[in-house]
Design a protein around this ligand. Structure first.
Ligand SMILES: Cc1ncc(COP(=O)(O)O)c(C=O)c1O
Length: 385
């Protein structure tokens, strides 16, 4: 486990500052726990937890987390919710009411999940299995495929184009009467590209009713491209389309595991039995309820993301990398040579980024604070020689 060797703690010199660093590294999961986390996330080395303070000790740019979270408002809500630790979660209705007001749609159009991850699993369980198939881009966010395989589905992957965009014609050509799910990750992870709204809507019109279309909009709030639009308005009226959203990114609550699906009430009712009973937790629920009104924090997150994304895109050519224009919380960069050695050299400097077995010449780097970016660029200078 590379991150274990990346940090040396001198126990003989246990000054208060060092103690703080040790406590912090333990929080990050550097050690045995980090080894376990890394083994289920190939290409994703480094510590497993982040925070604003964490940004100072390491630059954890491998999981597209919000580097400035949690906000004071969220923090207070979570602290208060600790008093409910002996109670089963009961505030789901309040959160759904808040979301219904936020999106201007009916409460019965929502299904809450333990992160959008649970909802990806729910969609796979409900709509795949047997001889069904998943149609998706490649590379894309791999969780739906992971569960599709668990449920015995076939996988039909269509390569993205040179600019990282999903190939809508290619996806359509793969759709057949066996297609249980069409997965549209928009913006696409790891490439960061968005699909033009008109083209997606036109494709959706032609997708057969028995195929569930899953539009994963985890990075929706970060998109600036005017050609992009959420599919929420269509999802509430169209039975074979669901949109997934999350509190993990712009709201900075990845550790609290709150996501949601939006769809037609009949679709939501059909998906609901597949979720885990009591899948939400009290601190997460209360933080999410509070986060919906924390507009200043959302704005700050969006602004920071845009600045950092721009900085990564601007600086990468200096290190031999060609970035793909991104609309998300990360940038996909082609170094035209194997990036494993670069990642290892960054690991050694406590700067953690993502590599992929399927794209050995690429790195995916999450956005972060100015401090994170300074560390990243300084470490890259050493890493690429
Ligand atoms: C595209 C995409 N979908 C879903 C998720 C899962 O997010 P959550 O924390 O809501 O489970 C991620 C996480 O990185 C993601 O990038």
């Amino acid at each position: 486990m590379e991150s274990e060797t990346a940090v040396t703690v001198n126990l003989a010199d246990d000054t208060p500052a060092l103690f703080e660093r040790r406590r912090f590294l333990t929080l990050l999961g550097v050690g045995a726990a980090a080894g376990a986390a890394s083994s289920i996330m190939p290409g994703c080395s480094g510590p497993g937890v982040g925070s604003a303070v964490a940004g100072q000790a390491v630059a954890k740019l491998n999981q597209n987390e919000n580097q400035i979270a949690p906000s004071e408002v969220e923090r207070r809500a979570m602290m208060e919710a600790l008093d409910l630790a002996n109670r089963y979660p009961a505030a789901e209705g309040t959160l759904i009411a808040g979301l219904a007001a936020h999106h201007g749609i009916d409460e019965e159009c929502f299904l809450m999940g333990c992160g959008s991850t649970e909802l990806l699993k729910v969609c796979a369980e409900a709509a795949l299995g047997g001889s069904k198939e998943l149609v998706q881009g490649f590379p894309t966010y791999p969780t739906l495929e992971r569960y599709a395989r668990v449920y015995g589905a076939g996988i039909r992957s269509v390569p993205v184009d040179a600019t990282g965009h999903l190939d809508l014609d290619g996806l359509e050509a793969r759709i057949s009467d066996r297609t249980g799910v069409l997965y549209l990750c928009n913006p696409n992870n790891p490439t960061g590209a968005v699909l033009p709204d008109r083209a997606i809507r036109s494709l959706i019109e032609r997708v057969p009713g028995q195929t569930l279309i899953v539009s994963d909009e985890a990075y929706h709030e970060y998109v600036e491209d005017p050609a992009y639009r959420s599919l929420i308005d269509l999802a509430v009226s169209r039975p074979n389309l669901v949109v997934l959203r999350t509190f993990s990114k712009v709201y900075g609550l990845a550790g609290m595991r709150i996501g949601y699906a939006i769809g037609h009430p009949g679709t939501i009712r059909a998906l609901a039995p597949h979720r885990l009973q009591f899948n939400l937790n009290n601190p997460g629920l209360h933080a999410a309820i509070a986060a919906l009104d924390d507009h200043a924090f959302v704005l700050e997150s969006v602004e920071l993301n845009a600045q950092s994304r721009e900085a990564i895109i601007r600086e990468m050519p200096r290190f031999g990398g060609t970035p793909v224009p991104s609309q998300a919380g990360f940038v996909w960069i082609d170094f035209k040579r194997e990036t494993g050695p670069i990642r290892r050299a960054l690991d050694e400097q406590d700067v953690f980024v993502r590599t992929y077995g399927h794209s050995p010449n690429h790195l995916r780097i999450s956005t972060g604070t100015q401090g994170n970016m300074d560390r990243l660029f300084a470490a890259l200078e050493i890493a690429v020689g």
